[in-house]
Design a protein around this ligand. Structure first.
Ligand code: LLP
Length: 422
């Protein structure tokens, strides 16, 4: 078969990819610093870019972004800790969540990180550790949208945010607790689209007029999509920022005060900046279907299994060879460990060149929600991560060792079980 699927350029040169795979082994995440810098620059129309580090929380990626003047969002004690370890000042970190677990509350009592609350019960809990503090409220505007229903974070089916009709009551509750609402935030979902993201502006404007008084920041949230498929158009960030600027100016005029306009992307900054490189370890035909079996699995990238998400695939050195429909699957003892599937789990063969054992497969756009969602399922060690910056390539996370894999279960005095009556 000679039919050819459209390609997508690899962000790092083939020679370097081969060298890195040889040196650090596969599966291997390879990130490109220049792509991250370019994506940050695309958002200069906003006053402040706040990186949603859940997309990729590697310390060196955080340090790179900090160097570009980006601030950071954290959703857990661990993410606050990472941000601080990466060198962010407490004033550059914002904690956004719908609950404080006790671990996070304890950490926030020690570090004055600004809180963006998604549930009203957080108000008194925050007042107890930090009397008189400022806070931001995350609004659920009554609608949501994302690349898959599982990543929509608005509407009645979503657990996130404060329901927009309850805002007046919640604002009063903030005052009663002796706190000040200085910011409003809306995030409707991840990998959304222009039209849905644009609807946020009216919702936030209405909320801002209700909150009035002490307001200092408006956050558009994240959710900006990236083109995963070859030929998909890029999101018009300039127009998006200009539209937001209008909303900001009109609110500033009505409220008689300056507002800082924030955007909070994760995927947009790092998604296209990563490749997951895997080695083909077997090929076979089952019932007429051609399979490439590779050494990366859903433990390294769960998005296809979890959302039926599309990631472009290419094989180094074979871009110009004839293509045929093939399935690409990982090594796990789990039927969903297939990179070529659609939402709902239907398999979807992809046009790919023939490959043989030892070939390197690239899974594109694996900079966001890949390493950060990795697991040790099937007792597979976490893969290594490398950051390429121009001609320079640096290991930014070592491959986990087998000893590290079991370390938390060893030396636990297993002979002395916990007993309540002791
Ligand atoms: N801000 C808040 C409050 C969020 O909850 C999220 C994502 C973001 C910002 C960043 O969204 P982004 O710009 O990256 O779309 N695991 C899913 C994505 C879940 C995102 C959850 N929250 C995926 O792989 O598509």
């Amino acid at each position: 078969m000679t039919e050819r699927a459209p390609g997508k350029p690899r962000i790092v040169g083939d020679r370097l990819l081969r060298e890195l795979a040889r040196e650090y082994g596969t599966p291997l995440y390879v990130y490109d610093a220049a792509t991250i810098r370019r994506q940050v620059a695309e958002l200069r129309g906003f006053d402040l870019v706040r990186y949603a580090q859940k997309a990729n929380s590697n310390l060196q990626i955080l340090r790179l972004l900090r160097g570009l003047g980006v601030h950071v969002d954290a959703v857990s004690a661990g993410e606050v800790y990472r941000a601080r370890r990466a060198g962010f000042a407490d004033s550059e970190i914002q904690f956004t969540a719908d609950i404080f677990d006790r671990f996070a509350l304890d950490l926030l009592a020690r570090h004055p990180v600004h809180v963006n609350a998604g549930s009203a019960d957080m108000i008194e809990q925050l007042a107890a550790i930090r009397p008189g503090t400022d806070l931001t409220l995350r609004i659920n505007p009554g609608f949501g949208h994302g690349h898959d229903p599982k990543v929509s974070t608005g509407g009645a089916e979503s657990k996130h945010g404060i329901w927009y009709q309850q805002l007046p009551a919640v604002l009063e509750r903030v005052e009663r607790a002796g706190l000040r609402t200085t910011g409003l935030h809306v995030h409707i979902g991840s990998g959304s689209d222009f039209d849905n993201l644009s609807r946020i502006r009216d919702s936030l404007a209405q909320a801002a007029l209700a909150a009035g008084g002490a307001l200092k920041t408006l956050s558009a949230g994240g959710g900006i999509p990236i083109p995963y498929r070859p030929g998909e158009p890029a999101f018009d960030t300039a127009r998006y920022a200009a539209d937001w600027r209008q909303t900001q100016r009109s609110l500033e005029a009505q409220l008689g005060r300056r507002l800082v306009l924030e955007v909070e992307p994760g995927r947009y900054l790092v998604g296209a900046a990563g490749l997951l490189v895997a080695e083909v370890r077997a090929t076979k035909n089952s019932g007429g279907i051609d399979y490439l079996l590779v050494d990366a699995g859903l433990d390294n990238l769960v998005r296809p299994a979890m959302y039926g998400a599309y990631h472009h695939l290419s094989i180094i050195g074979r871009d110009h060879e004839p293509q045929a429909p093939r399935m690409v699957a990982g090594p796990l003892c789990e039927s969903a460990d297939i990179f070529t599937q659609k939402p709902g789990g239907t398999i979807e063969p992809r046009l790919l060149p023939a490959a043989t054992v030892g070939d390197l497969l690239c899974i594109h756009d694996a900079g966001a929600y890949a390493a950060s969602m990795a697991s040790n399922y099937n007792s597979r060690c976490y893969a290594a991560e490398v950051l390429v910056d121009g001609g320079d390539a640096r290991l930014i996370r070592r491959r986990q060792t087998l000893d590290q894999l079991v370390a938390l279960e060893e030396d636990l005095e297993l002979a002395a079980p916990h007993r309540r009556d002791r």
